[in-house]
Design a protein around this ligand. Structure first.
Ligand code: HEC
Ligand code: HEC
Ligand code: HEC
Length: 434
């Protein structure tokens, strides 16, 4: 009996380290509790438990959590070795370069102690008390358990140390004063761990943990206050970040994802496209490429369970629930450019040729008359890696004029949504530099 308690006392950190942070651990511990009940008087409890957990979750735990938390996204310069940093994050007040988080002692994080590591993730205070800029999303990771934070550290420290000195940040005064982040933290970092809601199911709680803590979905999808902290009352109500609009993903039926089926949401999150909702592009394509596509089906389902319950908000362009065709006469320039430049992949009716990812029917971006994400994809293209293919659209600003692209964008949006699209040549020009 003593042994049983050792293995299942969640408050015992050793227990938690072994079982607590496994993906979907609540389900595991429930099953194993049942196991334990049946076999508690016998000697083979331990082997059975280890067998049951390793069969269900063969993947290395630290690696899985590192993916779920998407540490690679910011800490990798496109085309370079993962986690070696140097990716430029442009802010209105200057540029921050993500650090090298391989265990190299000179240029990476090799000197971090466990406590410093946990403090960096939960409080935004790193090695030797250095205050970190919230471009590192510690105001989400703060909800992460110490065990998960250390499992991530173990995984990253098991990788080869890579010597890579990243460029120095170029922030203007007073933003280059790290100590001032103390005040930011007081207001904007909730600085507490995830508290399961006992009124909700285990699935809901797992989903909440994945969305709020590891997946840091709110960093893109939640609007910010004047200090660039997340507006807690407007969770996941949609926000513009680096030129892209991360749509409202609350449970609202018109503006959020309330009109999506569970199956469509699961498919979108794990493959980057869903019938009647179009592809995921830009930063969302990156989140799927580096993180979400690796999650287990149970974890994706848990995320969906939680999103279904996020209080509805009505901000942002309404989603397209079905392809609504317009009766207005299209601008001939728009028709011409669309047929010349776009229809080869998207087909004249936007339904997509061969690839499900080129189907734009019901795509939120072609229902947005301001064309925010349309402008971004035309100016910068998009790339998405799924578990079995690479999907991409190249940028178009080199081969077409601003007027031509604005006309094609307006034609596509008006045709697929029936909404009056207002993209101008000046908008395309601005997106080129964003
Ligand atoms: C949205 C982008 C982003 C994500 C995602 C992200 N980081 Fe960071 N991280 C940064 C930036 C930017 C900095 C540098 C902040 C600064 O200079 O103050 C940083 C700093 C750090 C530091 C401090 C390094 C030092 O030089 O002392 C550590 C450790 C760290 N991140 C670990 C992680 C881990 C582990 C994950 C995943 C759980 C992660 N980061 C995910 C952007 C990110
Ligand atoms: C780095 C920023 C970023 C992160 C992190 C992020 N998203 Fe997104 N998300 C976006 C953007 C931008 C779009 C719009 C993509 C497009 O236009 O194709 C989007 C689109 C979506 C959509 C489709 C909405 C619609 O109406 O078409 C869903 C659902 C979604 N995200 C869920 C999530 C979830 C769940 C997470 C966390 C696990 C997450 N996102 C994390 C930026 C992000
Ligand atoms: C070579 C094939 C190809 C061509 C040509 C092409 N596209 Fe795409 N387009 C794609 C693919 C593939 C995606 C999905 C990309 C992704 O998710 O990363 C996409 C995505 C999109 C999206 C969805 C953006 C979002 O928010 O998710 C829009 C809008 C779009 N294309 C408009 C256009 C327009 C307008 C043109 C012509 C100027 C065009 N495309 C030409 C292949 C193409």
């Amino acid at each position: 009996m003593k042994k049983k308690q050792f293995f299942f006392d969640r408050k015992n950190p050793k227990t938690f380290a072994r079982f607590g942070s496994l993906p979907g651990y609540r389900r595991v511990s429930q099953e194993t509790k049942v196991f334990c009940f049946f076999f508690s008087k016998k000697k083979y409890v331990l082997p059975l438990l280890l067998l049951s957990s390793s069969l269900a979750y063969a993947a290395d735990n630290g690696e899985y959590l590192t993916r779920a938390a998407d540490c690679a996204a910011c800490h990798t310069k496109p085309g370079n070795v993962p986690f070696t940093g140097g990716r430029a994050i442009k802010l209105p007040v200057g540029t921050i370069y993500s650090p090298n988080i391989t265990p190299d002692k000179d240029t990476g994080v090799g000197n971090y102690t466990d406590d410093e590591w946990v403090s960096a993730l939960q409080r935004g205070v790193g090695h030797n008390g250095k205050y970190l800029y919230p471009a590192m999303p510690y105001n989400s990771y703060t909800l992460m358990s110490r065990q998960d934070a250390l499992a991530i550290k173990s995984y990253l420290f098991s990788l080869k140390p890579v010597h890579n000195q990243v460029p120095a940040n170029s922030l203007s005064f007073p933003f280059n004063q790290r100590w001032s982040l103390w005040f930011w933290n007081q207001v904007n970092n909730p600085a507490h761990r995830f508290e399961p809601d006992t009124q909700k199911s285990a699935d809901w709680n797992r989903g909440a943990y994945l969305v709020q803590a590891l997946g840091h979905c709110g960093q893109c999808h939640t609007p910010r206050n004047w200090m660039q902290g997340l507006k807690q009352g407007d969770q996941l109500a949609g926000a513009k970040q680096q030129g892209w609009l991360a749509y409202n993903i609350t449970s609202d039926k018109t503006h959020g994802i309330g009109g999506w089926s569970d199956a469509d949401l699961r498919q979108y999150l794990s493959t980057g496209t869903a019938p009647n909702h179009g592809p995921a592009s830009g930063p969302m394509a990156e989140a799927i490429t580096d993180s979400l596509r690796y999650l287990t089906a149970a974890d994706i389902a848990a995320i969906v369970t939680y999103l279904r319950d996020v209080p509805p908000q009505t901000s942002g362009p309404p989603a397209l629930l079905a392809s609504a065709k317009t009766a207005t006469t299209p601008d001939p320039l728009g028709v011409h450019v669309f047929n010349d430049a776009c229809a080869g992949c998207h087909l004249p009716d936007g339904q997509g040729r061969q690839s499900a990812w080129a189907s734009l029917a019901g795509d939120h971006s072609v229902g947005d008359p301001a064309g925010t994400n349309m402008l971004q994809i035309l100016a910068h293209g998009s790339e998405l890696r799924t578990n079995d293919r690479l999907v991409f659209m190249h940028e178009f600003t080199r081969s077409y004029t601003n007027e031509e692209l604005a006309a094609a964008a307006n034609y596509l949006t008006t045709t697929l949504s029936g909404r009056d699209s207002q993209v101008t040549a000046a908008d395309i020009a601005a997106a080129r530099t964003e």
